[in-house]
Ligand binder design. Structure first.
Ligand SMILES: *Cc1c(COP(=O)(O)O)cnc(C)c1O
Length: 378
């Protein structure tokens, strides 16, 4: 019998597939529960803008044709929106992805291979190790800040990250804010870090939750692209724009780097409904504001709930909160499933006592908290 694992390229042999949040249908099939509340994948509880839903009603007539492989309309709108007094962004600097995961993969394929190294922090987003290892590159995982750090527990330690640099380093991945910790880096810290990185190392700042963050000193790194030609900023329509099911994200970087990403990009990687929805979603600022507001209320709700119950939580600026239950969290997770509530275990990140909960509406937050109270009382 052939050992097919040995036929795979070396990086793939050692890979574990990404573990997504449990789908609602799967839980309902397995346990026979109904009205499931899924707060496991940082999806937006409000769903997409009404304008997007309307626009999508007429898209079926276009499905026989290939999408616009250049994504012209969406890139143009993004370039306009991202241009400011401090930076001019052109369409050539925008690369579209089938979700920002697709962009992360393009970066790995363009800049990493066997013999090269990528740096990311402990507890960083789980897609980085997969993209890095799949192309045979070596991951250097820097230690995160201490659990009891006064401002940024579990956060990226930028000096530890810098200390991981060798002459083989090609890419550094930084999630700001990071998932699953919700931790973030302020403008000064990140700017100083970037200034000290040799320009022949690509620095990826993954801003999947950018639009949710309200902190004054949280950086808009797209504004720094003229200053740092080695910077790639990635963002997505999966989170606040609530288009996770359509798969669309983007990178903004120098046009030279964008040209390299486009060489490994699949020709029609973003589909027609996704292009249309993302373009229309950018028009609805009111919807965005409402999503931010409800998320802020939800963050306060969960922080207070944790404080009242003596649960340690990681201070988050995203649309999720990660709580330390000071015991194996798997039984709690499983008990919640029987209450038709899905949250996210993160033992695969080295955090077996924590669960990550997506912030939702007041009603759903309360249902989830009640379920926690019920299963923890037993
Ligand atoms: C959710 C998330 C993404 C976005 O994934 P998509 O492929 O755009 O859906 C990227 N980075 C981080 C840190 C995330 O949490």
């Amino acid at each position: 019998m052939v050992d097919f694992n040995l036929l795979a390229v070396k990086g793939v042999q050692g890979l574990q597939p990404y573990q997504p949040g449990k789908p609602i249908d799967e839980l309902e099939r397995e346990l026979g529960v109904t009205n499931t509340l899924k707060l496991a994948s940082n999806e937006n509880p409000l769903g997409p803008s009404e304008r997007v839903k309307e626009a999508l009603q007429n898209v079926s007539s276009q499905l026989g044709l290939y999408p616009d492989g250049g994504g012209f309309a969406l890139k143009k709108k993004l370039a306009n929106l991202l241009t400011s007094d401090s930076v001019t962004i052109t369409t050539e600097q925008v690369t579209l992805g089938n979700g920002s995961n697709d962009i992360l993969d393009m970066i790995a394929r363009a800049f990493l291979c066997e013999g090269r190294e990528a740096i990311y922090s402990e507890y960083a987003f789980a897609v980085y190790p997969i993209s890095v290892q799949a192309v045979g590159a070596t991951a250097k995982v820097s230690q995160a800040l201490a659990v009891n750090h006064n401002t940024n527990p579990y956060g990226h330690d930028l000096s530890a990250m810098r200390n991981c640099i060798t002459d083989k380093t090609s890419v550094i991945f930084i999630a700001n804010p990071n998932n699953p910790t919700g931790t973030w880096l302020d403008a000064d810290a990140l700017n100083v870090f970037l200034k000290n990185i040799p320009t022949d190392i690509i620095v990826v700042v993954d801003e999947a939750y950018f639009e949710y963050v309200t902190e004054d000193d949280y950086p808009d790194t797209v504004q720094w692209l003229d200053q740092f030609p080695n910077l790639i900023v990635t963002r997505t329509f999966s989170k606040i724009y609530a288009l996770a099911g359509l798969r669309v994200g983007y990178a903004v970087c120098s046009k030279e780097i964008a040209d390299l990403l486009n060489r490994v990009r699949q020709p029609f990687n973003v589909n027609t409904p996704a292009l249309l929805a993302a373009t229309v979603a950018l028009d609805d600022k009111k919807h965005l504001e409402k999503c931010v507001e409800i998320n802020q209320q939800g963050l306060v709700f969960w922080q207070q709930a944790c404080q009242q119950r003596g649960w340690d939580y990681i201070p988050s600026v995203g649309n999720f909160i990660t709580i330390d239950f000071a015991q194996d969290a798997m039984p709690i997770y499983n008990a919640l499933l029987h209450e038709a509530v899905i949250v996210r275990p993160i033992a695969n990140y080295g955090l077996p006592n924590h669960l990550r909960i997506t912030i939702s509406t007041q009603t759903e937050n309360q249902i989830c908290l009640d379920a926690f109270d019920k299963v923890l009382e037993k």
